[in-house]
Design a protein around this ligand. Structure first.
Ligand SMILES: Cc1cc2nc3c(=O)[nH]c(=O)nc-3n(C[C@H](O)[C@H](O)[C@H](O)COP(=O)(O)OP(=O)(O)OC[C@H]3O[C@@H](n4cnc5c(N)ncnc54)[C@H](O)[C@@H]3O)c2cc1C
Length: 371
């Protein structure tokens, strides 16, 4: 049996669902098939910046945040930085609820098949064929959101590897007004820090994170477990983990195949965040109908200057991980908080970029330029 579609989308993850939730409403006559290999999603928490001139994910995608903070903190050795973010804020969304809400927003207009693993290589002849139980699904356009590490140059690649636990304790130990972005630990071989999202005074998501050349989740889990021992009888609510490449993606573009998500460079190299990039890409293509004539205009093009700055920054982290905490502490203590947030949310001005550059330790940055 053969079934034909205008578009087949592989993978029902963040990039696909954010895109489809907008696209199918605008172009309801397009016949879209979405296939996903899993039946259950892994636990995830998506954090974004919110404020003036930053795409408001909450309103734009009609998703409810789990928590919003107006203060942020970082610490290293005896130095602590605490900043009021206003008029900006840091917002987190529950991954599972977010993906379900996005799927609900587009489900009426698409065909969705779960437990459908597309083979590694997709044929790209005159139409695409994917078979399952002798059914042939074909389309003129294929959107591929599978995470492909081959899109990254592996010779000088750092990874962000993390293990997080949402815990509940019996005492009021957390300051629920402040998100701790990075509580650094001294480490010669990697940038190691704890990311703390206090949801209430008794409940928090705590993540042990490494920016490292050799991600080892087993080792990180052990360190994370040890960290949690500082809390008395914590109740584990859920856990999440991940390994994300920290590099500039160089996707291969095939005729009539559109790469999106991680493999298309939609994850910011220096932070591992993608929600903002995905939203920015969608707003750039939102008026276009996707077909063989327009597909090239859908290819994601990240800002060259931000990619260049991220590359330089990651070069320092790669060659001198021991300097990582100094870089971040210097950035947040010297640059204006609004400029740093706009830089991270990719809604910066050139003046913001200048403020960011000026805040970083000059000697180490210049030395990295010539390495
Ligand atoms: C634990 C975790 C926390 C994160 N936190 C943040 C955050 O706070 N803020 C932020 O902006 N970003 C965050 N990220 C990074 C990024 O936003 C996510 O990785 C995001 O999910 C990337 O979207 P994507 O569409 O590229 O990939 P995914 O969401 O992974 O989607 C790809 C989909 O394709 C499916 N698939 C794969 N292979 C096949 C196949 N052969 N056939 C069919 N389906 C297939 C997968 O099952 C998956 O559902 C986090 C990532 C992780 C892992």
């Amino acid at each position: 049996m053969k079934k034909s579609y205008d578009i087949i989308v592989v993978g029902a993850g963040l990039s696909s669902l954010m895109f489809l939730s907008k696209y199918v409403k605008k172009f309801p006559d397009n016949k879209v098939l979405l296939v996903e290999k899993e039946t259950r999603k892994k636990s995830q928490t998506f954090g974004v910046w919110q404020g003036p001139n930053i795409i408001n994910i909450e309103k734009e995608y009609k998703i409810t945040p789990k928590k919003t903070w107006r203060n942020l903190g970082l610490s290293y050795k005896k130095q602590s930085i605490n900043k009021v973010m206003e008029p900006y804020s840091y917002v987190v969304f529950d991954g599972d609820k977010t993906l379900r809400a996005l799927l609900k927003a587009c489900k009426k207009n698409i065909t969705f098949i779960e437990d459908f693993e597309v083979e590694k290589k997709v044929k790209h002849e005159e139409c695409f064929l994917i078979t399952k139980k002798n059914i042939v699904y074909s389309s003129k356009i294929l959107i591929d959101s599978r995470n492909d590490m081959n899109s990254f140059n592996s010779s000088e690649l750092l990874y962000q590897a993390f293990v997080g636990s949402e815990i509940k304790i019996t005492t009021n130990k957390f300051d629920s007004s402040t998100v701790t972005l990075m509580d650094f630990k001294e480490n010669k071989n990697a940038i190691q820090f704890t990311y703390i999202l206090p949801l209430t005074k008794k409940r928090a998501l705590i993540e042990t994170t490494f920016f490292t050349k050799k991600p080892n989740l087993y080792q990180i889990k052990k360190i994370h477990k040890k960290y949690l021992k500082r809390f008395e009888n914590p109740i584990l609510i859920k856990q999440e983990e991940g390994i994300l490449p920290m590099g500039v993606a160089k996707p291969k573009n095939y005729k009539n195949i559109l790469n999106i998500g991680m493999s298309a460079g939609m994850i910011r190299p220096s932070s591992g965040y993608s929600m903002m990039r995905i939203a920015g890409w969608i707003s750039n293509v939102s008026d276009l109908e996707l077909n063989e004539q327009t597909i090239s205009r859908f290819i994601y093009n990240p800002s060259r200057i931000l990619n260049w700055m991220d590359k330089l920054f990651l070069k320092v982290c790669f060659n001198r991980p021991d300097m990582g905490p100094t870089l971040f502490m210097s950035l947040f203590s010297k640059a204006e908080t609004g400029a740093v947030i706009r830089f991270m949310a990719e809604s910066n001005t050139y003046l913001d970029l200048l403020k960011v550059v000026m805040s970083l330790p000059k000697k180490i940055m210049i030395m990295s330029l010539f390495k």
